[in-house]
Structures are given as structure tokens and as C-alpha cells.
Design a binder for this molecule. Structure first.
Ligand SMILES: NC(=O)c1ccc[n+]([C@@H]2O[C@H](COP(=O)([O-])OP(=O)(O)OC[C@H]3O[C@@H](n4cnc5c(N)ncnc54)[C@H](OP(=O)(O)O)[C@@H]3O)[C@@H](O)[C@H]2O)c1
Length: 234
């Protein structure tokens, strides 16, 4: 049985991904920053296991990856999903501390978890949850967009450095209905109309692609960042 670790698995895309891997018969570990969030998810979904860990904490990353190897014997796939956007506004005006936090969680975090997972013996692949914001600039989300552009490039860099043993891919979603993006779909009709397919993404749209890219069926794909945006970029 294969094992996957998903950062930020307590809700949204991370939880949908955890449930998809679990349905496919994998051992699934998630992380959350908060004990109460983690326990609530584990109570609702007893097949999942988890650790309290912040996305930008290298000690937590190291301890989590090593604990999984000790408990299960191997770690096959890492999904760098945890992300944040506390820095809405012009990148020229937002508090530097908020920009730093965004880059720490969204860019340094995936690097830290990737390094620690590889050090612990990661076997198959890494998947980074990027964003269309990393491809096309938008107002109000500059710090977030720059972090995701960095993550797209880092996906390719890591893919090159970790080949041929480990594949590294990313996905770049447009607006998905989750807590993180609430402010983008407060007016759902207007937001839906920005997508050619006239609807917002659901977490399950995204977890299907994450699962495919992490599975054997994608075993000749590495260094790719697949856009999944309902036609937003058309
Ligand atoms: N929703 C969208 O429209 C959209 C579009 C493109 C890309 N994405 C990306 O998709 C990923 C998942 O986001 P989502 O939309 O599913 O958001 P979400 O529903 O708000 O979930 C975010 C998850 O990350 C965890 N998290 C938040 N801040 C964290 C931090 N500082 N350190 C560690 N964990 C943290 C949360 O867990 P706890 O609160 O329990 O710690 C939660 O499980 C993110 O990387 C996001 O940038 C989202």
C-alpha cells in the first residue's frame, strides 16, 4: 500500500485530495496548523492520519516526514498543498510582514517539505499546488501571485534536480470554491462568468488531477505545471 502526505489537509482542496487518495486505497497523512481542526477531520474520516504542523516550519516538516517513515516504513508521494493569502492589495502598499508570510508559507514551505521528504526517503513524486495567479498578474493579489510564480519555477527546478528518481509536477487552478478564495467568489455569478465554462472549480475537480499526476498513469510526466481553470486563461 502506498503512502501520501498532504500539507494543509483539513479542508478545501487538501481534504478533497486526502479523501480521493484514501478511496484509491492509499495510506493518507494530512497536516493542519491546529490540533482541533486536525482532530475534527480525523473524527469524520477515521481512515486518515495526521500531524499538527505549520507549512513554513522546517522542524515540523522534518519530524512529520520521519515519523511517517518510522510508522509505515515508506513515504511515496508529497503534496505541497497548504497555502495562504493574508496580503490582499497592491504589492507596493501591502505590509512587508504580510508579503513575507505569504512567501514563507507558499514558496519556502514547499521547498522545506520537499527537502525534508527527500531526506527522509521519499520514493515517487512531489506535487505542488500553484495557481493561475502565478501565470497571469491580477490586481489585489500581487504577493500571492509572485509566490505562486516562484512555485511554478521551483517545480521545474526540483524536477530537474530530482530526476530520474522522483517526479515533480504542479497544478495551476483558477478560482475554486474554498475558504481561501472566498473574497474572489463573494459574487458567485460574476466570478463564474470569468471562466469560459461558466462555473467555479470544486475541490474534487482539482483532487482528480492531483491524483492522476501522482499515480503510475503519469509515470512519464515530470516538470509540468498543468493549468486547471475552467477556461479562465482563454
Ligand atoms: N481556492 C482557490 O481558488 C485556489 C486557486 C488556486 C490555488 N489554490 C491553492 O490551493 C491550495 C489549497 O487552498 P484551498 O483553496 O483549499 O484553501 P482552504 O480551503 O482555505 O485550505 C487551506 C488549507 O491549508 C491550511 N493552511 C492554511 N494556512 C496555513 C499555514 N500558514 N500553514 C499551514 N497550513 C495552512 C489549512 O489548514 P488549517 O487552517 O487547519 O491549518 C487548510 O487545510 C493553496 O495552496 C492555494 O493557494 C487555491
Amino acid at each position: 500500500m502506498k503512502t501520501v502526505l498532504i500539507t494543509g489537509g483539513s479542508r478545501g482542496i487538501g481534504l478533497a485530495t486526502a479523501l480521493r487518495f484514501s478511496k484509491e486505497g492509499w495510506n493518507v497523512y494530512i497536516t493542519s496548523r491546529k490540533e482541533e481542526n486536525l482532530q475534527a477531520v480525523l473524527k469524520d474520516h477515521p481512515n486518515l492520519k495526521g500531524f499538527v504542523a505549520k507549512a513554513d516550519d522546517i522542524v515540523a516538516a522534518s519530524t512529520t516526514c520521519q515519523s511517517i517513515i518510522e510508522e509505515i516504513g515508506s513515504l511515496d508521494v508529497l503534496i505541497n498543498n497548504a497555502g495562504t493569502n493574508p496580503s490582499a492589495g497592491s504589492i507596493l502598499e501591502v505590509e512587508l510582514s504580510a508579503i513575507q508570510k505569504t512567501w514563507d508559507v507558499n514558496l519556502m514551505g514547499p521547498l522545506m517539505w520537499s527537502r525534508e521528504a527527500v531526506k527522509a526517503g521519499l520514493k515517487d513524486s512531489i506535487l505542488n499546488v500553484c495557481s493561475v495567479g502565478g501565470i497571469k498578474p491580477s490586481h489585489f493579489m500581487g504577493a500571492y501571485n509572485v509566490s505562486k510564480a516562484g512555485l511554478i519555477y521551483m517545480t521545474k527546478q526540483l524536477a530537474m534536480e530530482l530526476a530520474p528518481e522522483i517526479r515533480v509536477n504542479g497544478i495551476a487552478p483558477a478560482v475554486v470554491k474554498t475558504k481561501l478564495s472566498e473574497m474572489l467568489w463573494a459574487d458567485e455569478e460574476t466570478s463564474s462568468n470569468l471562466h469560459a465554462l461558466k462555473r467555479l472549480g470544486e475541490p474534487e475537480d482539482i483532487s482528480n488531477l492531483i491524483y492522476f499526476l501522482s499515480s503510475e498513469e503519469a509515470s512519464w510526466i515530470t516538470g509540468e505545471v498543468v493549468t486547471i481553470d475552467g477556461g479562465f486563461l482563454l
